[in-house]
Design a protein around this ligand. Structure first.
Ligand SMILES: [Cu+2]
Length: 129
């Protein structure tokens, strides 16, 4: 299970990097990564807004403290790896993912389980240049 979660996290990282073109940029100049926590409760993310800096990896520790299954997906980034069963967190499950953005702006994320986003289970990463 741990290996699968690790592979999913790695796949996610690569997908984000490839999708938004980070890999083409080469290394980051002294940007240190940081870790933040998001709790997935029933029908909300807490917090539901994060900040990040372009090119600096953002490590996010997801914990599902709800009674239902939840996930975290960036609909605008086409991340098929997050649509699989492995990407969904069961109640009590924790997973660490790494995000890296090469475009500033507001990157929206949602829970893709049916009805959850519509009920308000959404959030955003505000990426600064
Ligand atoms: Cu959900």
């Amino acid at each position: 299970m741990k290996l699968i979660a690790g592979l999913v996290a790695l796949g996610l990282t690569l997908l984000v990097a490839v999708t938004i073109g980070v890999l083409g940029r080469g290394g980051s100049e002294g940007g240190s990564s940081k870790t933040v926590e998001i709790v997935l409760a029933d029908l909300r993310f807490s917090p539901n807004q994060l900040s990040a800096k372009v090119g600096v990896p953002l490590t996010v520790r997801l914990t599902n403290r709800g009674l239902e299954r939840h996930d975290l997906n960036f609909p605008s980034l086409h991340m098929p790896g997050l649509e699989g069963v492995e990407s969904i967190l069961a109640p009590g499950e924790t997973r660490t993912i790494t995000l890296q953005f090469d475009q500033p702006g507001e990157h929206t994320f949602i829970c893709t389980l049916p009805g959850h986003a519509a009920a308000g289970m959404t959030g955003a990463v505000i990426v600064r240049p």
